[in-house]
Ligand binder design. Structure first.
Ligand SMILES: C[S@@+](CC[C@H](N)C(=O)[O-])C[C@H]1O[C@@H](n2cnc3c(N)ncnc32)[C@H](O)[C@@H]1O
Length: 366
């Protein structure tokens, strides 16, 4: 079967690498994610282990369609009965970009109708009560090519289950994991001095502890007859066995906002990492670590509102002072503020363009 692991702009290559690390050698990066061929158990494993992808979609078919009739005939021609049992619930979502068919609602309705007609014929029935497992179907038109997929993930993969409270501008779990994976290795302590509700710290600890990000959540495909229950249970057990909190080492952080720190502590508990990550309420101007070779990872405020800009620029100068107080440190900072290097007073050794939601950002490494 063919699958597509979707990812935010800039993370496609990381997703491909993650898939290859799982032993899926045929993974290829392309715009919007990485494509791979695998059996259902492997696709489940991808859901369980991918840290930087948003969803794993099963590709049912792809073909050019420039009229509604072509779209209907194409969707009708696909073997939906191979995937959907007679009691399947199959909501259809859609998107259109740079295509002649631009009405998302019409594309969704036509897709639904074509699938119903196909299943009516194959299952010799005229009524589907949709009372069984959910198969979220998507019709995506891009450059006149219609891609029909079924979402094996259900909830997006960034929903790991530990983050239930949001502080100020929390970073997505998938992006936080990417920042950790892209950062230089070999630190004695990983420290986030603007840790907010703790996403970066928790993702870093998961990576160090070999904790599968999806260990404590379920996926849509787990209720599908097509996906082998025994193999999925075995993969879950193996993931449980691999989780080794003793590997985390020193991971710590602080934030000037006491409320954010309170939420951060709850998230750490909910992630099953109680006692493994230390966080304190502190202004980063006061941060002074005794441990040599720290790695500072941070997602500071970006000063999007004009009124915040000056304070934000002063904070960036203070981040430089933090770096200077720890001459053997390394640092990775993500920001949408284009003047970061100017305020920090030094060019980054490495830069990468990434998106934090809709905001174009730079990930700067020192
Ligand atoms: C964009 S948020 C970080 C969100 C965090 N990555 C998360 O996932 O929750 C920026 C954080 O920087 C903190 N901050 C702002 N100025 C600070 C300072 N001088 N010292 C420490 N933290 C500061 C804010 O309280 C806020 O929590």
């Amino acid at each position: 079967m063919e699958f597509f692991a979707t990812a935010a702009f800039g993370l496609e290559g990381l997703v491909r690498k993650e898939l290859q690390h799982l032993g899926i050698d045929n993974a290829r990066g392309e715009q919007g994610g990485a494509r791979f061929e695998a059996d259902p158990a492997r696709a489940f494993q991808a859901n369980l282990w991918l840290r930087t992808a948003d969803r794993v979609l099963l590709i049912v078919g792809e073909q050019k369609a420039v009229t509604f009739e072509e779209l209907f005939q194409f969707v009708f021609s696909l073997p939906w009965e191979d995937y959907l049992p007679p009691n399947a619930r199959f909501p259809v979502s859609g998107k259109c970009a740079r295509s002649q068919l631009m009405s998302v609602r019409d594309c969704q309705a036509i897709t639904k109708k074509a699938i119903v007609e196909r299943l009516k014929k194959r299952y010799r029935t005229s009524w589907f009560d949709e009372s069984g497992p959910t198969y979220p179907i998507d019709v995506a038109l891009h450059g006149d090519v219609a891609r029909l997929t079924i979402d094996t993930s259900g909830d997006a993969l960034n929903k790991r289950g530990y983050r239930t409270w949001n502080g100020e501008a929390p970073i997505r779990e998938t992006l936080a994991a990417a920042l950790v994976l892209l950062a230089p290795r070999g630190e004695r302590i990983l420290y986030d001095p603007c840790c907010g509700t703790g996403t970066l710290l928790i993702e870093a600890a998961f990576i160090k502890a070999r904790r599968a990000p999806g260990l404590k959540r379920s996926f849509a495909c787990e209720s599908w007859p097509l996906f082998p229950k025994d193999a999925m249970q075995r993969l879950r057990r193996e993931a449980e066995e691999q989780f080794d909190p003793a590997r985390i080492g020193a991971v710590a952080g602080s934030d000037i906002d006491g409320q954010a720190i309170a939420l951060c502590k709850r998230h750490i508990q909910q992630a099953g990492l109680g006692g493994r990550i230390t966080v304190t309420e502190k202004d980063l101007r006061q941060v002074q670590l005794d441990t040599p070779s720290p790695l500072f990872l941070l997602n500071p405020p970006y000063g999007e509102r004009l009124s915040d800009r000056k304070a934000c620029e002063q904070l960036y100068r203070d981040i430089r002072a933090l770096k200077d107080r720890h001459p053997d440190s390394r640092m990775g900072v993500i920001t949408a503020h284009t003047g970061f290097e100017r305020c920090f007073g030094r060019r980054a050794a490495q830069k990468r363009r990434l998106y934090n939601g809709r905001l174009e950002c730079e990930y700067l490494m020192y």
